[in-house]
Design a protein. Structure first.
Length: 111
């Protein structure tokens, strides 16, 4: 192996990178906007057919426990009817499965 081509390549890379970093015509990368849902799982509650009274109680629970999801979930369970609890459990199970689905490997193609 000849050391001269390696040295030339190294010199080109070493001198080219600082010049590229100082290029004034290249705009700095823009930060990606972060999309955050206000309340994860809200879509599930919309599918439960809540009464206005239940909606008001759930809003109060969200305000009462803003940083404690376990307490918020427990209090919300008390507001729901047994049928709504069952449906919510099923919706959450479906959401978990949908989240895991892309991680699963597709079956190999058949010849």
């Amino acid at each position: 192996m000849r050391p001269l081509p390696v040295l030339i390549l190294g010199a080109l890379l070493a001198t080219g990178l600082p010049a590229r970093a100082q290029d004034p015509q290249t705009p700095p990368p823009q930060p990606r906007p972060q999309v955050r849902r206000a309340h994860p799982g809200n879509g599930e509650f919309k599918q439960l057919g809540l009464t206005e009274e239940q909606k008001q109680k759930l809003r109060a629970i969200r305000q009462q426990y803003p940083d404690d999801p376990k307490a918020r979930r427990k209090a919300a369970q008390e507001v729901l009817t047994p049928e709504q609890r069952d449906k919510l459990k099923e919706l959450r199970r479906q959401r978990r499965e949908a989240r895991r689905a892309p991680q699963q490997q597709p079956p190999p193609p058949q010849p």
